[in-house]
Design a protein around this ligand. Structure first.
Ligand code: ZN
Ligand code: ZN
Length: 107
C-alpha cells in the first residue's frame, strides 16, 4: 500500500509505515503494555483517544521466561495494531499531507 509519510502522534517524528512501526515500538514502549499474570496478554492504548485494545496471547504458558522471550514480538504486534488504529481513526493526525516541505530530521 502507498500511504506516504506518516507522523508519530506522540513526538511528531515522520517515517513511512515500517519505520514508524519500529519507531513506536522502540521509542514509545509505554503504548503497549505486556502482562504476564494471570494470563499472558497485552494491551494497547491509543495516545489520541485512549481507546484500549486488550488481547490474550495464545501461547501455551504464561511463564516469565515466555514473556521475556516473546515480549519484543508482542510489542511489534501491539505497535502494528496501534498504527492501524491511528491510520483508520486519526488519519488527519498521522498522514502527512502532500505539502512540499523539507524533512525536519532532528533527533
Ligand atoms: Zn514518536
Ligand atoms: Zn484512537
Amino acid at each position: 500500500m502507498a500511504l506516504g509519510l506518516l507522523r508519530c502522534v506522540v513526538c511528531g517524528a515522520s517515517a513511512y509505515y515500517q519505520g514508524l512501526h519500529e519507531h513506536l515500538v522502540a521509542k514509545h514502549p509505554e503504548l503497549v503494555e505486556v502482562r504476564g499474570a494471570p494470563h499472558a496478554s497485552y494491551a494497547v492504548e491509543c495516545p489520541v483517544c485512549h481507546e484500549r485494545y486488550e488481547q490474550r496471547i495464545k501461547r501455551g504458558s504464561a511463564a516469565e521466561s515466555f514473556l521475556t522471550e516473546f515480549e519484543r514480538d508482542v510489542r511489534l504486534v501491539g505497535g502494528d495494531i496501534l498504527l492501524q488504529h491511528l491510520i483508520g481513526e486519526h488519519a488527519a493526525l498521522v498522514i502527512e499531507s502532500g505539502d512540499e516541505k523539507e524533512a525536519d530530521d532532528h533527533g
